[in-house]
Ligand binder design. Structure first.
Ligand code: GUN
Length: 284
């Protein structure tokens, strides 16, 4: 087994499985529908959105992109979401973030009906996760869910392991902590006020780096044989770098995700998985 976890390959396998599932749903009467709303033309968002669209089309999801000008009012955006909330052909709604400053992101996220919130950002969905409610009617944020799927597919045991997460964001740090906790890991969340970061990472069997600082986690901070998951995407002088210093960390880790080609492709695959889940929940 390769030491490097090939997220691209795992994501591709999952997408192919979903493609088969969608074929069956089609026979049943309706393919899943995903609507992505994008405001303005942030270049990074353009890239992400086109990757999501491409993945959706490839596996047979009925995907639609609604692009709005940067100067759209908050009210107009909320009205659009209301329309999508009530459209039975739309199973999943994703509003690409960040939004322009004059729009309250929280308000927009909360305006999406929780059962179409395929991003898993709505407080009802995070609340269901944080309070340990069963997952049949709950969406989990795509990046943390992608990490769990990757660990599962690689046969990496979580139960009873020490997992240290570096970063406490709402999108990655907090939800991955809960997903790991639910699977019986002993979880530590580190952040900018953590006194001795190295001591915390060094005793971890699983390290999740989601802090947004290029190559901050170095090999000397990793325990021999640990699994290292790098969520970072840092663009430095035109180069894509993770939060982990790959070369030094791979010498000590038993398994490690690369950047790019690790967690990134899994995030998109999980958006597809959540959209299929939404379709199954909504029915024909
Ligand atoms: N912007 C960067 N990542 C994401 C994501 O996963 N979902 C949304 N909606 N916006 C993002």
């Amino acid at each position: 087994m390769s030491k490097i976890i090939d997220g691209k390959k795992i994501a591709q396998n999952i997408r192919m499985e979903l493609k088969d599932e969608i074929k069956n749903l089609k026979k049943d009467g309706r393919v899943p529908g995903l609507t992505v709303v994008m405001v303005g033309n942030n270049p990074a968002s353009e890239t992400y959105v086109s990757m999501k669209e491409k993945a959706a089309e490839e596996i047979g999801i009925n995907s639609r992109l609604i692009k709005k000008d940067e100067d759209i009012s908050e009210k107009e955006l909320l009205d659009l979401i209301d329309e999508l909330n009530n459209d039975p052909a739309v199973d999943g709604i994703l509003v690409q973030l960040p939004l322009p400053e004059h729009i309250d992101e929280k308000k927009v996220i909360e305006s999406i009906v929780p059962d179409k919130d395929v991003d898993g950002f709505h407080p009802i969905n995070t609340g269901r996760l944080f309070s340990g409610q069963e997952d049949s009617l709950r969406y989990e944020a795509c990046t943390p869910l992608g990490i769990i799927r990757m660990l599962e597919r690689e046969g990496i045991e979580i139960d009873g392991k020490n997992a240290t997460i570096v970063g406490r964001s709402n999108i990655v740090g907090k939800p991955i902590a809960h997903l790991l906790l639910e699977r019986h890991a002993t979880v530590t969340i580190c952040h900018s006020h953590t006194k001795d970061l190295k001591a915390e990472t060094k005793r971890a069997d699983i390290v999740v780096a989601a802090v947004g600082r290029a190559e901050m986690i170095t090999g000397d901070m990793i325990k021999e044989g640990a699994v290292v998951i790098d969520v970072g995407i840092n663009r430095i002088d035109g180069e894509l770098l993770g939060d982990v210093e790959f070369e030094s960390a791979k010498e000590v880790a038993s398994r490690i995700t690369p950047v790019p080609g690790g967690v990134g492709p899994m995030t998109i695959a999980m958006l597809m998985e959540n959209t299929v889940k939404a379709r199954k929940y909504h029915g024909v």
